[in-house]
Design a protein around this ligand. Structure first.
Ligand code: 0O2
Length: 210
């Protein structure tokens, strides 16, 4: 018998799979044109049931209101090399007509107290099912590789300490966030040298037929 959660999560799974193909397709198009891709890689996941229940409890979301009130059951991440690429990706997403943008949260100009930086876009995405169209909410997080490195480490520590970090770890994480910010700044300054080197490298690979 299909379980209740499987039924509930099915459209979210479908949305994540479809959006992964579509967003990865954007990168492939840049590659095909032989120009710098603002998208380095794309990942996606459906929030595990235990995390859904956890978040619902923390944010006082009734289980029968998950569809409207939990925006990141379907989650996509787009990683970029440079901070400026994030803007390009956001613009590209705004131009699409296969979903509607519900909300945008800029944690890059307004970083979170933890040190977290990322650009969040909440979308309403239509999933085609055998019972008709179902619109679900999904969250796209757009961030640099450095932002992603920090967030991934912080997320696993958060899990270990259940969000209650010892003071020294909290301070170190904030310092690490500063370092990630400076790394992004430094990389932006030598962006054109990096891109030239990458273009030369890929031309060489193409010539070798790789
Ligand atoms: P998971 O495991 O990634 O799914 P809130 O959760 O209250 O801060 P809200 O309304 O859910 O806020 O929206 P927000 O902050 O735009 O998006 C929440 C998601 O952003 C989180 O999902 C994380 O993925 C990411 N995020 C937000 N703040 C932080 C942070 O300080 N550190 C890290 N590592 N990630 C963050 P979940 O459900 O927390 O977790």
């Amino acid at each position: 018998m299909v379980k209740h959660w499987d039924l509930f999560l099915a459209p979210y799974k479908q949305a994540v799979e479809e959006l992964k193909v579509k967003l990865k397709g954007m990168r492939a198009q840049f590659e095909m044109l032989g120009v710098h891709s603002p998208i380095e890689f794309v990942t996606g996941r459906v929030k595990p049931v235990a995390s859904i229940l956890d978040k619902a409890q923390k944010k006082n979301i009734p289980l029968d209101k998950l569809e409207e009130q939990m925006q990141d059951i379907a989650g996509l991440r787009m990683m970029c090399q440079f901070v400026d690429d994030i803007k390009t990706v956001v613009e590209l997403l705004r131009k699409r007509n296969d979903f509607e943008i519900v909300e945008e949260r800029d944690y890059i100009t307004q970083k979170k107290e933890s040190g977290y930086r990322s650009y969040h876009m909440v979308i309403r995405y239509p999933v085609q099912t055998i019972c008709g169209e179902k619109k679900i909410l999904a969250e796209i997080q757009i961030r640099t590789l450095a932002m992603n490195f920090w967030a991934t480490i912080e997320h696993s520590l958060n899990y270990k300490y259940s969000g209650r970090f010892p003071e020294d770890i909290k301070v170190r994480l904030q310092r690490a966030a500063e370092a990630a910010y400076r790394l992004d700044e430094e990389m932006s300054k030598i962006r054109f040298e990096i891109q030239e080197a990458q273009a030369a490298f890929s031309r060489k690979q193409d010539a070798k037929g790789e």
